[in-house]
Design a protein around this ligand. Structure first.
Ligand SMILES: Cc1cc2nc3c(=O)[nH]c(=O)nc-3n(C[C@H](O)[C@H](O)[C@H](O)COP(=O)(O)O)c2cc1C
Length: 147
């Protein structure tokens, strides 16, 4: 795939019912298998019933996946916040980040990202942040991780 063929889509949504760690792990495991087979990379953030997901891959693949995700009864208020072609993938694989301080097994889970457990990295003033970086920062604020 040529770098310019990378299509990225970002949406936010709200869980119909709060998801527990077992449900989140199952969602991550299933998505990882399907996304790897489809050449899709990205990240799913979850905190306090709020989702934010970045998916990237071929445009028709990403649009097809988004059409499925939109129909998923586990969430609602699904709002696309950005879509477009990007020069390169921003995520090397498919991962998911959520916080559950009580579950130490998460850290060894394939595809588990500690992005939401870490302090936010301060932006370098000389560089314009990518849309993804902006949205992750917004997600951390809106979902209540950063006050
Ligand atoms: C918040 C959220 C994110 C999801 N992300 C993905 C994903 O990245 N990849 C994926 O294959 N399924 C994802 N799913 C699951 C899909 O909605 C759907 O259940 C899955 O693609 C299986 O669809 P199928 O049974 O029609 O093949 C997600 C579901 C939710 C609620």
């Amino acid at each position: 795939m040529k770098p310019s063929d990378v299509f990225q889509l970002i949406y936010v949504s709200t869980a119909r019912l709060p998801l527990n760690t077992v449900e989140l792990k199952a969602l991550l495991a299933g998505s990882r298998v399907r996304n790897e087979a489809a050449g899709v990379t990205g990240i799913l953030l979850y905190h306090d019933s709020q989702f934010m997901q970045v998916v990237e891959g071929r445009e028709e693949t990403v649009r097809g996946l988004y059409a499925k995700i939109e129909k998923d009864p586990r969430h609602f208020a699904i709002t696309r916040v950005w879509e477009g072609h990007v020069p390169t993938r921003e995520f090397p694989g498919y991962a998911m980040a959520f916080r559950d301080e009580s579950d130490p097994t998460l850290l060894g889970l394939p595809g588990f990202s500690t992005l939401l457990n870490e302090r936010p990295s301060s932006p370098r003033t000389s560089e314009k942040p990518t849309p993804v970086a902006e949205f992750i920062r917004t997600f951390r604020r809106v979902s209540g991780i950063d006050q």
